[in-house]
Write a protein that binds this ligand. Structure first.
Ligand code: NDP
Ligand code: ZN
Length: 354
């Protein structure tokens, strides 16, 4: 029958969490039950909870950076056995039959990817999915990610969203050793982007708003840090970069960054601000900044997520995390909103019962 779950939920757009008991669909023949150990807090969880993208269904359990241990397997499951580590990112199912799904780009599924939370699960009677700030998750084995035994479980969860969302466009744009590149917004996603780019041997410049992150930028391996509030530092950045990734979750001027691209350079936008803060760029601005390419990028498919995870663990690339108990999510949300997190909060789900 259905699986009982316990999580932390928002019941309105106020970022306040209370315990919630709910159920998930039964563990089918191709499904696994994961006991969640750690759950990362992505800025997307906050946009969603605060109703900033589309109407949210409450109670809402966020969380799409999930790491845990397999507790149960359906009878057809071959990818996992009980006791294995497993992860879940932003996608928990999709039609599985369209061209995108067949290519392993389930985020572009023609019928729609089924998201880890706030998504209508058309494979399970249209129930609304609830996320990973919870003790468990039931997912089809195909959409679960294998986490190697030697992974650092405390730090692995944020790779499932922040990791793949930055890894994917870096490879889509074919960034290479020696390239001069930039990362706009040094937060959860941004600090992963920097690590992947540095590992590839690119020369990374970071753009953010504060002096507090200058030392972090250097520690992460960036060659330069630009405080965008300082006009002197902004001078001389135009036509400099072959690749820019923008993770900014607030209103800003994308044209400023487009103008920093070299001819033929590419800018990937992954930041998804609240609707009312969506940055705009005129078509004329693109004409004046001719022969640069600007594109959006949305997480990554399941095969690429697995590739990213294996690569990250093998190369010891992890987020910098602060582990918090389940009763501190309210505070954590406020700190992310205020820009005080370095660089990802991870909830220790074992604390749910205390
Ligand atoms: P964080 O809050 O951890 O990081 C955002 C960073 O951007 C912060 O360091 C912030 O600084 C900085 N920033 C804010 N405004 C500016 C500005 N004008 N110029 C430069 N830097 C700025 O968020 P996440 O990394 O978790 O998420 C980033 C965005 O990406 C969110 O909108 C999220 O929804 C989206 N996202 C998109 C995905 C996709 O598939 N495309 C997947 C996952 C997330 P400070 O903190 O000081 O304000
Ligand atoms: Zn996310």
């Amino acid at each position: 029958g259905r699986v009982w779950a316990k999580g932390m939920a928002m019941t309105s757009k106020e970022p306040h969490f209370t315990p919630l008991e709910f159920t998930r669909h039964a563990v089918g023949d191709n499904d696994i039950l994961i006991d969640i150990m750690y759950s990362g807090i992505c800025h997307s969880d906050i946009h969603m909870g605060k109703n900033e993208w589309r109407p949210t269904t409450y109670p809402y359990v966020g969380g799409h950076e999930i790491a845990g241990r397999v507790a149960k397997v359906g009878k057809n499951v071959t990818k996992f056995k009980v006791g294995d580590y497993a992860g879940i990112g932003c996608i928990i199912n999709s039609c599985g039959e369209c061209d995108h799904c067949k290519k392993g780009e389930e985020q572009f599924c023609e019928k729609g990817m089924i998201g880890t939370y706030q998504s209508k699960d058309y494979k399970h009677n249209d129930e609304i999915t609830q996320g990973g700030y919870a003790n468990n998750y039931v997912v089809s084995e195909k959409y679960a990610i294998k986490i190697p035994k030697n992974a650092d479980m405390k730090r692995v969860a944020p790779l499932l969203c922040a990791g793949v969302t930055t890894y994917s466009p870096i490879h889509f744009s074919n960034v290479k050793k020696g390239d001069t590149v930039a990362v706009a917004g040094l937060g959860g996603l941004g600090h992963m982007a920097v690590q992947y780019l540095v590992k590839l041997g690119a020369k990374v410049t970071i753009f953010d708003l504060t002096e507090e992150k200058r030392a972090d930028a250097k520690r992460l391996g960036a060659v330069a840090y630009v405080n965008v509030n300082n006009p002197v530092e902004l001078k001389g950045q135009n036509e400099k970069f072959s690749f820019i990734i923008s993770t900014i979750p607030a209103k800003y001027d994308p044209v400023m960054y487009v103008n920093m691209l070299k001819m033929g350079g590419e800018m990937a936008i992954v930041g998804l601000p609240a609707n009312e803060n969506t940055p705009t760029m005129t078509s004329s601005a693109l004409v004046y900044a001719a022969h640069r390419k600007v594109y959006g990028s949305l997480i990554g498919g399941i095969p690429e997520t697995q590739e990213m995870l294996d690569y990250s663990v093998a190369n010891n690339i992890y987020p910098e995390v602060e582990i918090i108990p389940a009763n501190k999510i309210d505070e954590a949300y406020q700190n992310v909103i205020d820009g005080k997190v370095k660089f990802r909060y991870v909830i220790d789900m074992a604390t749910l019962n205390s």
